[in-house]
Design a protein. Sequence first.
Length: 153
Amino acid sequence: MSRVFRSVEELTAAVGARLGPTDWLAIEQSRVDAFADATGDHQWIHVDVERARTGPFGGTIAHGYLTLSLCSLFLPQLMQVEIAGMGINYGLDRVRFTAPVRVGSRIRAVGEIVSVTTVTGGVQVVVRVTVEIEGGARPACVADTISRFLVAA
């Protein structure tokens, strides 16, 4: 369930707070194939179902960057910033891919607000997003995302 923030003070007070979890998302081969087409990364471990069965993961796996890109889907499920007239992705500080996401598995995210900093026109928020694999011992990805929320005029 998304946590709603209505002021900079609420955001600042939430530093260290846990967000989420999000809903589970099934990772299907069609999503992996579409990502491969969009990026040109057709590595066999992602798109060749037959060959991947005998590969190191026992089947196809999602691209690490696909998993990372899903932070854009998960962040609004983790938090809503109502003071913002506009929110933008500003970047990433640290990203680690700690376990492969096998096609057919389900993932979800939890978050932690790491910092809130005032910037010209709004605030910059660092959220550590941890992408969990259902039944997995380790997360698929841990990323410190940086978003800027520009205050509505």
